[in-house]
Write a protein that binds this ligand. Structure first.
Ligand code: 5GP
Length: 119
């Protein structure tokens, strides 16, 4: 949970265009893009563009509102496009909390009753 924001984390590089990504949706504050190691078909990540928050604990409330609005919009788009049976929204904070990339993000993971989630 603790530590400084690393401006060279993978998502910062994606935001700067130094690493390619498959964008799903964006506005001035939020980017939604495909997870490169998807846990299911249609696994999307949602990140703030300007904030240097590593975790949910640090994010500015107004940016969080924009993120959750984008989260809902993207979940609806995923539902429409892929017709999953369910959608898991996940978010991890700190290494011990399962976080591996230290730029705040939410996962949208479509789920199907007959398909277990990939490791
Ligand atoms: P965390 O465990 O931190 O919540 O999840 C980080 C996510 O970032 C993982 O699901 C991982 O697959 C994804 N990821 C890691 N590197 C890249 C990358 O270079 N591009 C994209 N699109 N996703 C990445």
């Amino acid at each position: 949970l603790h530590g400084a924001y690393d401006p060279d984390n993978i998502f910062a590089k994606i935001l700067r265009g130094e690493i390619p990504s498959v964008k799903v949706w964006e506005d001035d504050q939020v980017l939604a893009f495909m997870d490169v190691f998807p846990q299911s078909e249609g696994h999307v990540l949602i990140i703030p563009k300007q904030s240097q928050a590593r975790t949910l604990l640090e994010i500015e409330p107004d940016v969080l509102s924009r993120l959750t609005a984008a989260l809902q919009r993207t979940a609806k788009a995923v539902e429409k496009a892929l017709k999953p049976d369910g959608i898991s929204v996940m978010q991890f904070n700190g290494e011990a909390g399962g976080q591996t990339v230290f730029h705040l993000h939410f996962h949208i993971i479509p789920r199907w009753a007959d398909r277990p989630m990939k490791g």
